[in-house]
Design a protein around this ligand. Structure first.
Ligand code: SAM
Length: 292
């Protein structure tokens, strides 16, 4: 704690530009630090993922500053422009729409450039959905793996989940609401029936933590859930049926199990079981009839 307040000049040299990575709320606008507000007010420029989104925060706190967009589609050109301003001595605050910049958000390119050109990069810590979700999840948190968003392409997604099947730490995933059910279903298939949490709308009015195993959460997710969500998947316990065990069960048992877990009919369950085992529907049907 000592010296923390007297360090507030924030920059190694008064004339040098520097880049502040300013964390902003993930919902509740009160979740912002005093330091973040002061630095936003003092910055020469605020680089925002979406200027309209950040304007809501700035207006709420009566901060009137120039803003410029910095997002995944203009990162390359904008990073060079921002570097030029920084080298001329500007103090620039980088913010994303919510939470900590760079964490599954734009910023990496600019930071690399700053480091290459010896421009100081200064973190201004605050909210991040991964930490808020993990802390309240009740899942083991001594060690964890932040996965971020799974790849959207099917092959890459399966490969990633296969790699994660050996993971023994709690995993934290970001996901869009319309993909929640698919992700839970894929996770169940590859990681087995682990304990999990869907942390929804953290710090907002409809904040909710859904807890259960992956199969139970999958059933809940059949009713569409709205809002921002973070998925946490716990380590396998000694009783957890692994994805490999689930897939090794006789086909007939596996089909029954999928029907129960996902509340779907036999035909749909057979299709999923066939996919799991790399069988065509015809081969799976033959196996089912033969009792294998
Ligand atoms: N940089 C941000 C951070 O530090 O949390 C994350 C940005 S990432 C593009 C957005 C994802 O974070 C959402 O799709 C969701 O998975 C998660 N997220 C953001 N806000 C959330 C909230 N209030 N509740 C639950 N998850 C949230």
């Amino acid at each position: 704690m000592e010296d923390s307040v007297s360090k507030l000049s924030e920059s190694p040299s008064p004339r040098r530009g520097c880049l502040f990575l300013v964390a902003t709320p993930i919902g509740n606008l009160e979740d912002i630090t005093v330091r973040a507000l002061r630095l936003l007010g003092e910055a020469d420029l605020i680089a925002c993922e979406d200027t309209r989104q950040t304007a809501k925060l700035l207006n709420h706190y009566g901060i009137h500053k120039s803003t410029v967009s910095y997002h995944q589609h203009n990162e390359a050109s904008r990073a060079n422009e921002l570097l030029k301003r920084l080298e001329e001595g500007a103090r620039i605050a980088l913010v994303s729409d919510a939470g900590t910049p760079v964490i599954s958000d734009p910023g990496h390119r600019l930071i690399s450039l700053c480091l290459e050109y010896q421009v100081p990069v200064i973190p201004v810590p605050g909210p991040s959905a991964v930490i808020a979700a993990l802390a309240a999840s009740g899942l083991p948190s001594e060690e964890f793996l932040f996965v971020g968003f799974l790849p959207s392409r099917v092959v890459a997604r399966r490969k990633k989940l296969q790699d994660l099947a050996r993971e023994n730490r709690t995993m934290v995933l970001y996901e869009a609401p319309h993909r929640l059910a698919q992700t839970l279903s894929d996770a169940l298939e590859y990681l087995g029936r682990r304990q999990a949490v869907v942390a929804r709308e953290i710090t907002k009015i409809h904040e909710e933590f859904l807890r259960g195993d992956l199969a139970e959460l999958l059933v809940r997710a059949r009713q569409p859930l709205r809002g921002e969500m973070t998925i946490l998947i716990g380590p396998p316990s000694s009783q957890t049926e692994s994805g490999a065990e689930l897939r090794a069960a006789p086909l007939r048992d596996r089909v029954e199990q999928i029907m129960r877990e996902r509340e779907i009919d036999r035909k749909a369950a057979l299709k999923l079981a066939a996919r799991e085992r790399g069988l065509t529907k015809r081969e799976a049907y033959k196996q089912l009839l033969s009792g294998a």
